[in-house]
Design a binder for this molecule. Structure first.
Ligand SMILES: Nc1ccn([C@@H]2O[C@H](COP(=O)(O)OP(=O)(O)OP(=O)(O)O)[C@@H](O)[C@H]2O)c(=O)n1
Ligand SMILES: C[C@](O)(CO)[C@H](O)COP(=O)(O)O
Length: 239
């Protein structure tokens, strides 16, 4: 029997509008290294990852190859493909590029290019869980009370015990996530994460308890927060 392989799709094709920087936020320096390079380095150094498919904005592939992949010597990046309008389209472009390289039961782990603080331990755990069900979703319990609001008025207060904040990585068997993305594309459904595309088809997605430090770099204060987390863990040097 051939051993199952694990590839990562790293969507980094967003425009970073909420960051308001003069360059796309994935290239901003975080403790002396571009954010997306810091993210890729975790996967590059993880023995459980066989290859990485990077998704960047159309037109930025040469820049990304030179200033990220070659500059940091990432050898596991097998291809760089252009993204799409929404994150979901970018991930689908990455999955399409992996077709032919992956078997139905190989695992694909999808991780935002702008979540550089993912730990190798969480990555390993998500991959292990994905082998046993339809998907593994790294998430943390909601700390705040969350309100459902319509037209400026609160219409519900969901029980916080049931609320988790979805992060990435999210890991799946390739056949399951590819079919879910294809169905969403054909049916015109857009979700804000990959697990939701499986949930809507009745699939079983298991929670992996994540880490509050695994933040998505979205607005300027997130850079300050991420640098503080890196300093606290002694990992604030460039590679
Ligand atoms: N069309 C898109 C949109 C987002 N992403 C990626 O998905 C991840 C999460 O997206 P988010 O943080 O919301 O990034 P942006 O879309 O860049 O941010 P904004 O909404 O502020 O423009 C990021 O790694 C981003 O680069 C992507 O690959 N393709
Ligand atoms: C997938 C994700 O990281 C889960 O939190 C997130 O939804 C992606 O970011 P966006 O702001 O929804 O584009």
């Amino acid at each position: 029997m051939t051993a199952s392989r694990t590839f990562a799709v790293i969507p980094a094709a967003g425009m970073g509008k909420r960051m308001g920087a003069s360059i796309n936020k994935q290239y901003l320096q975080l403790a002396g290294m571009p954010i997306v390079a810091r993210t890729i380095s975790v996967f590059e150094n993880a023995p459980c990852i066989d290859g990485i498919l990077l998704v960047t904005p159309t037109g930025e592939i040469p820049y990304c190859r030179e200033h990220v992949v070659d500059a940091y010597g990432f050898r596991k990046v097998v291809d760089i493909v252009p993204g799409g309008k929404e994150r979901q389209n970018s991930v689908m472009n990455g999955l399409r590029a992996l077709q032919g390289r992956m078997g139905e039961d190989d695992v694909v782990v999808i991780h935002d290019g702008v979540r550089p603080l993912i730990s190798p331990e969480l990555l390993r755990e998500a991959i292990a869980v994905a082998r046993a069900c339809d998907g593994a979703l790294v998430a943390v319990p909601a700390k705040d009370t969350i309100k459902t609001v319509r037209d400026g008025f609160v219409i519900a207060t969901p029980d916080r015990e049931t609320l988790w904040q979805a992060q990435t990585p999210q890991a799946f068997r390739f056949g399951v996530i590819y079919a879910a993305h294809l169905a969403a594309e054909q049916e015109g459904f857009t979700g804000t994460d990959d697990a939701s595309l499986i949930e809507r088809r009745g699939g079983a997605v298991r929670i992996v308890r994540g880490d509050y430090r695994n933040i998505k770099i979205t607005t300027p204060e997130d850079i300050v927060l991420a640098e503080a987390f890196l300093a606290g863990s002694g990992q604030n040097g460039a590679l």
